[in-house]
Design a protein around this ligand. Structure first.
Ligand code: NAP
Length: 416
């Protein structure tokens, strides 16, 4: 066991371990949490009340979570000192204790860190960003039938244009690079351009697509769509599609049918208990999710496409206030609110804790405590249906009763 300077390891908890690729969950697992900046101080305590109450309801004291506070963002600076936004021991503890949940974090200005979230994902190699998007009855939505959308997006988290390989226009090395490229492909790049590099590899694509297919198998979901822009960017996005099909056929042959095979071998009739692997061009999938949302269950996407797509899909079911997320590597998993720190509301006990609460639902599913996730989800549904909601939903709902963050959490607990 590692020694930590500022992290207190709960004495009443046990560590989650990984054996032969499987998680070992004790009855009193230690789960890390990062409260988060800004509204983190409001939404984390509210979420924790809901989590603890649901565990108690589900297991009557036989199981209990031992929460372990980890520090990142402003709170880390107050605990560890100047510029220590993301202490190494926070990363070490997430890795050692396998599962953690976090509130939103401010993006520090200066200090050499682009984004704490991106750094966390890269340092811990949390290569899949997973975002389930579905509709909860009563949530105001711009769609006529928002309930038709029920999709989980698996977004590659480590490469693509987000890899951070960029060259500023006008700088010496940028001009050198432009010259080098123009030597290979004459006249391709204009002088004084800024340059970004878009690396995409078979290794990273395959592990992401594998995770998406494995999820479909585990959850008995019958379709996975590879989303790409391969018609234009053939050697990055196009390869994403090819590598995706390749790993599907190689690793999951007995479980899957590709869309081509569906027509060539099965006359268009889906065989029972198989997963259909299809692909769609990125721009087309935005239309498809609006026009025929019920034809898509899991989307495996590259980094940039997934970023756009997950927010657009969340908008269809009422916005980011209720959008959960997780960043998962081979085993290490960090569950998180998908919205930011909304600093103007910090400490006002006002905002919606739904995004962290639903990230918790994903977390309980991940550790196999499905009874807990079901209790939370159904109580949340009941609370929204009763129109007892926070300001963001109340302002768009007729006849709603506006609740504070803490009141909303208590209402959820009451509805369990
Ligand atoms: P934001 O914090 O997401 O807030 C934008 C607006 O979204 C808020 O003003 C509010 O809208 C609404 N909102 C956000 N969370 C809400 C909640 N829980 N309940 C109800 N409404 C909510 O975005 P931002 O202002 O662009 O970013 C602020 C900081 O957060 C930045 O430092 C940014 O880098 C960081 N950030 C962190 C994460 C993360 O940690 N995962 C993600 C995104 C941004 P109304 O004012 O209309 O009510």
């Amino acid at each position: 066991m590692k020694k930590y300077k500022k992290i207190s390891i709960p004495k009443d908890g046990e560590k989650i371990t990984v054996d032969n690729g499987k998680l070992n969950i004790p009855d009193n697992p230690i789960l890390g949490f990062i409260e988060g900046d800004g509204i983190g101080q409001d939404i984390w305590p509210a979420s924790k009340i809901v989590f603890d109450a649901a565990v108690k309801k589900a297991y009557k004291g036989k199981r209990k979570i031992a929460w372990m506070e980890l520090f990142a963002g402003d709170k880390a600076v107050s605990v560890y000192g100047k510029n220590k936004w993301l202490p190494q021991e926070t990363l070490d503890a997430i890795e050692e204790y396998v599962v953690a949940i976090k509130g939103p974090l401010t993006t520090p200005i200066g200090g050499g860190i682009r984004s704490l979230n991106v750094t966390l994902r890269q340092k811990l190699d949390l290569f899949a960003c997973i975002r389930p998007v579905k509709y909860y009855t009563g949530v105001p939505s711009p769609m006529k039938r928002p309930q038709l959308l029920d999709v989980t997006i698996f977004r590659e988290n480590t490469e693509d244009v987000y890899a951070g390989v960029e060259f500023k226009a006008g700088q010496k090395e940028t001009e050198k690079l432009i010259k080098y490229i123009n030597k290979m492909i004459p006249g391709k790049i204009r002088k004084n351009s800024g340059i970004g590099i878009k690396p995409m590899s078979e290794f990273c694509t395959s592990r992401l697509v594998s995770k998406a297919i494995q999820y479909a198998i585990d959850k008995k979901i019958d379709n996975v769509t590879l989303v790409h822009k391969g018609n234009i960017m053939k050697f990055t996005e196009g390869s994403f599609k090819e590598w995706g099909y390749k790993v599907a056929k190689k690793e999951y042959r007995d479980f899957i049918v590709t869309e081509d095979e569906l027509w060539s071998d099965y006359n268009g009739k889906m065989p029972k208990d198989k997963i259909l692997i299809k692909d769609r061009i990125a721009d087309s999938i935005f239309q498809q999710l609006l026009l025929r949302p019920n034809e898509y269950s899991i989307l495996a996407t590259s980094n940039l496409n997934g970023d756009y797509l997950s927010d657009a899909a969340a908008a269809q079911v009422g916005g980011l206030g209720l959008a959960p997320g997780a960043n998962i590597g081979y085993h290490t998993a960090l569950f998180e609110a998908t919205h930011g720190t909304a600093p103007k509301y910090a400490g006002m006990d006002k905002v919606n804790p739904g995004s962290v609460i639903l990230s918790g639902v994903m977390m309980f599913d991940y550790i196999g405590w499905n009874k807990v996730s079901k209790i939370i989800e159904s109580a949340l549904k009941k609370t929204i249906k009763a129109k007892t909601v926070t300001y963001d939903l109340a302002r768009q709902m007729k006849g709603a009763k506006k609740m504070k963050t803490s009141q909303f959490a208590k209402a959820i607990v009451k509805n369990m």
